[in-house]
Ligand binder design. Structure first.
Ligand code: GLN
Length: 411
């Protein structure tokens, strides 16, 4: 069968928010303020095709126990998050992806709770409800259950164009992931299993959308040695910038200009830039780490050596996992992603909860370009030529990022 190359143009928007528990209405109205800006900036040009919001975007994230979260839980097509997604989708004639706390069952005592994200289409109808598969400590605190189906993918109808400019209906292979899904299972599984990336590489996912509430390393967690001293450090930065203890709200740092992309940094240097300061710039440490978690989609010279010396065969023939690739290689291909393209949208939250949970913001849009052979590249960081950087938001402020992305698919 002869495959046709189709160009799928996508205008993607991310709305980065700092939601605080108990303030859903205020958060929703700030989200609309950002969206109104987008409407006026559009000057009659095309609307976005997809708008993406963070994990628990309107409710806040750090719930302490089941009773704390119960009043905020909803069924997928009920409640403030669904109402909001529906209105956003209808207003912009677009897909909307947003995270929310899900309940399955009416009885408060027996309802099963999930950390979920919905996608609505241009008519405001539910396209998919995805439940987080890999849980973070905070999800465990309120009795969140893992997605019983594990990672999932689905298809969304979009338009693709052939060389002659003729329009074709394309079913775009899409996957949602929620924050910790990007990490190794319970931070215990081998780092190089890259479970989420491997699943989506194996299923040929072309569009990966991740609502997140990812912590900055300045956050105070159970592993912080001196919490008091750590908080004082964060507080001094906030004081200097005139930002309250819950972080910045309404001081929007937008990125609607496609020429505005981050400065690339080699891995070691990126990892050394960990401080929580310059809140109006993206956090290169986190960005580099997220890209590292997507290694199977990134071009690597080493992979060809591993393939030829059959180094990965023991991992590819293990009976414990059902994956057909490992670190991006399969039994018959050095790099499964070669010749393919996948767009990644990471919509993270910003701000601070409980004077301890500091979020990393830095939401961004990327493309893993498998048409670039990249066999001189051996570093998974922003300098890798197979990773196209479309743009990022700041680490500490709310804002909106919009980019026109072109994705090549074969059908
Ligand atoms: N791995 C993520 C982190 O460390 C998990 C947070 C989340 O799932 N919200 O921030």
């Amino acid at each position: 069968m002869v495959l046709t190359r189709l160009k799928v143009p996508l205008r993607i928007g991310i709305i980065q928010l700092n939601p605080q528990i108990g303030h859903t209405k205020e958060t929703t109205s700030r989200a609309w303020k950002l969206l109104d800006e987008l409407k006026s900036k559009n000057h009659g040009t095309a609307s976005p095709d997809i708008l993406v919001f963070p994990e628990f975007a309107l409710t806040g994230y750090s719930f302490h126990d089941r009773n704390h979260i119960l009043p905020y839980t909803c069924k997928p097509t009920e409640g403030p998050t669904f109402d909001f997604a529906k209105e956003v989708s209808k207003t912009f004639n677009c897909y909307t992806v947003i995270g929310y706390p899900e309940r399955c069952g009416d009885d408060d005592k027996t309802a099963t709770l999930y950390n979920s994200a919905i996608m609505t289409d241009a008519s405001g109808d539910l396209v998919f409800n995805y439940r987080k598969s890999f849980l973070y400590y905070t999800d465990d605190d309120w009795g969140c259950q893992e997605n019983p189906n594990g990672f999932q993918h689905f298809e969304i109808p979009v338009k693709g164009f052939d060389v002659n400019g003729n329009s074709n209906d394309v079913k775009l292979k899409t996957g949602l992931g929620i924050c910790m899904d990007l990490s190794n299972y319970k931070f215990e599984a081998p780092f190089s299993d890259y479970e989420f990336a491997t699943y989506h590489l194996d299923h040929g996912t072309e569009l990966l959308i991740c609502p997140m509430a990812w912590l900055h390393s300045a956050a105070i967690t159970k592993d912080t040695k001196d919490p008091q001293q750590q908080w004082e450090k964060v507080k001094s930065v906030l004081d200097r910038e005139g930002i309250p203890e819950y972080g910045s709200q309404g001081r929007f740092v937008n990125n609607l200009d496609s020429s505005n992309v981050i400065k690339t940094e080699p891995f070691e240097h990126a990892m050394s830039l960990k401080d929580y300061n310059d809140l109006d710039t993206p956090d290169i440490t986190n960005i580099t780490y997220w890209l590292l978690r997507l290694t199977p989609f990134v071009a690597l010279k080493k992979r060809y050596e591993w393939f030829h010396s059959k180094l990965l065969v023991p991992f590819l023939t293990r009976t414990s996992t059902k994956t057909s690739s490992y670190v991006g290689s399969s039994l018959d291909k050095p790099w499964v992603h070669e010749g393919k393209e996948t767009v990644l949208v990471l919509a993270n939250r910003c701000g601070i909860e409980d004077k301890q949970t500091v979020y990393a913001g830095s939401s961004g849009i990327y493309k893993f370009n498998g048409h670039i052979h990249g066999d001189e590249d051996d570093s998974v960081d922003t300098t890798n030529k197979s990773i196209e950087l479309y743009g990022n938001l700041s680490k500490g402020h709310e804002g909106i990022l919009v980019r026109d992305v072109e994705l090549v698919v074969e059908r």
